[in-house]
Design a protein around this ligand. Structure first.
Ligand code: ME8
Length: 512
């Protein structure tokens, strides 16, 4: 089994913000979960460095585009480890290997008859790097996303014959209803296709910051075609990740492309749906390459009701949140508070509430008091006993349910399933009141059962929540003496963590 997940590659025209962190965190949760399943996993993120958004920003600063790209790419590269994102590679579209593959694949698209010369005339947004159709323009010829005035472009270009794929794309959507999710985004993409596809510029003549067109070096490729191909090109020069080497793939001579292509999930924000759900499959068909299995489209994080973006300037700084509360808290908050796939507001107040009530009180206290009671009443050693049958209905099969949800990128739903069990365990503590049982020697066996059940429950929720809270669950599982992080360890009947002395646990989510 192989699992390949990607984030969009982010523009280096400005610094990373919470919106970028969001997609990277979501992809990381999926990658970590699939590694827990023992699969070969490749998780890709990186930066989109060509085109007008970057050239214009560099020009405004009076520096060369490459210099701006080098400066900001490092900030995006550094963001991933700060988020505890376990990406296997970081691609930059200025990598020479990427550029060579873009040239090779697009030359092939031309050989296959899908490229012709023409003149483009229409509206263009330099921030989106997007040619706008007449019905996609706000009053006063403004960009509906950036609210800036659009430019009227007239340019001799090479065109990509997108219209040739009208029928094949309609067939794709008919045959694979899970190609794009959630359903609203599938419908949106399909209605765009049904409204009639028009050919789009494949190259730019006016711009020099891009990948040279091999058959006409006065042109560079339109940044979106260059950018989309990162998902394919990275596999040809990234080193094999540990999960793949472990499976012995390299020894058997299979390349990463052979092992991992096509991508299992492209995670994107709704702003770039059309490029991924329409242009990208058409381009792959034109190049005779296999299509990705799923494109999952999440919503926007909103602040004060507006899309948060660097160009609108209303940004909550993920670095500041991480510095104060840690990456786990940010990961948890974003996937818990905003249903993954929908738009949602984020705020410092809502963050602090979740941190305090759910992380510190519900999970943090459950872990501390369980471990403290095992130390106090049983010298740190929970008895090897089957967990209380009363909780079977809640915990049996939980791992499969979580797996089912994550297979559908329902990351908020999966986390909710886990959190219901955290709450169930807290109720169980209150119902059984182990501190009362401890006062009565005749109830020693009952106390053993309650403590072992709590330890088993903690183990299950920690293993399942590990992709969301990698640091806190590592510390918790270490205190429980559990080394294995695989999903196998989330089985309710497993006796891991029982019969040996538990370690100490510092507060998982300290209150500030
Ligand atoms: O579009 N809420 O790059 P970009 C949620 N280079 N997610 C957000 C967000 C918000 N407010 N703001 C940004 C590009 N994002 C192209 C992509 S891919 C081949 C090329 C996230 O830097 C979300 O994933 O503008 C969105 O799609 C992406 O950042 C856009 O990043």
């Amino acid at each position: 089994m192989s699992f390949y997940v990607t984030t969009p590659i982010y523009y280096v025209n400005a610094a990373p913000h919470l919106g970028h962190a969001y997609t990277t965190i979501a992809a990381d949760v999926m990658a970590r979960h699939h590694r827990q399943r023992g699969e070969e996993v490749f998780f890709l993120t990186g930066t989109d460095e060509h085109g007008e958004p970057v050239a214009d920003a560099a020009h405004a600063l009076g520096i060369a585009p490459q210099e701006l790209a080098d400066r900001n790419a490092e900030r995006f590269r550094a963001l991933a480890p700060q988020l505890h994102a376990s990406n296997d590679f970081f691609i930059r579209t200025t990598d020479a290997q990427h550029e060579a593959i873009v040239q090779r694949v697009l030359a092939r698209v031309r050989e296959n008859g899908y490229v012709y010369e023409g003149t483009y005339e229409g509206w263009y947004c330099p921030r989106c790097a997007d040619f706008k159709a007449e019905n996609d323009i706000d009053e006063g010829n403004r960009c509906p996303i950036h609210h800036i005035e659009l430019t009227r472009e007239q340019e001799d270009n090479y065109f990509f014959r997108l219209s040739a794929f009208q029928e094949r794309l309609e067939e794709l959507y008919a045959q694979r209803e899970d190609f794009v999710a959630p359903r609203t985004r599938y419908n949106e993409a399909l209605s765009f296709i049904r409204s009639g596809l028009r050919d789009v510029p494949l190259t730019r003549h006016k711009l020099s910051w891009g990948v040279r067109v091999p058959w006409d070096p006065e042109h560079v490729f339109y940044v979106w075609f260059d950018a989309l191909l990162n998902y394919y090109s990275a596999l040809s020069y990234a080193p094999a990740p540990a999960s793949v080497s472990a499976a012995g793939a390299a020894e058997r001579g299979a390349s990463l492309t052979e092992r991992m292509w096509p991508a299992t999930y492209h995670l994107i924000g709704k702003d770039i749906l059309r490029f991924h759900a329409v242009y990208w499959p058409a381009l792959l068909m034109a190049a005779e390459l296999e299509l990705p299995r799923h494109v999952f489209v999440h919503g926007f994080l909103l602040m004060e009701g507006e899309k948060m973006s660097k160009s609108l300037g209303n940004v909550l700084d993920p670095f500041a949140v991480i510095e104060r509360y840690g990456a786990d808290a940010l990961r948890f908050y974003l996937l818990r508070d905003v249903p993954f796939g929908q738009d949602g507001s984020v705020s410092t107040a809502a963050f602090e509430l979740r941190y305090e009530s759910e992380l510190a009180n519900e999970l943090g206290n459950l872990a501390s008091r369980t471990i403290a009671m095992v130390h106090r009443y049983r010298d740190g050693v929970p008895a090897v006993l089957a967990p209380d049958a009363e909780l079977d209905a809640d915990f049996d099969g939980l791992a499969s349910e979580v797996q089912w949800m994550i297979d559908r990128a329902e990351l908020t739903g999966a986390l909710e399933l886990i959190w219901q069990r955290v709450r169930r365990l807290n109720r169980y503590v209150e119902e059984r009141a182990p501190w009362q049982l401890a006062k009565d020697d005749t109830r020693a066996q009952e106390l053993d059962g309650v403590l072992s059940t709590l330890v088993a429950g903690l183990r299950v929720v920690a293993v399942l929540a590990h992709p969301y809270l990698p640091d806190a669950t590592d510390r918790l599982l270490a205190a429980l003496g559990v080394e294995d992080r695989s999903l196998e360890c989330a089985r309710w009947s497993s006796t891991a963590a029982l019969g040996a002395r538990l370690g100490e646990l510092a507060p998982l989510f300290p209150k500030s």
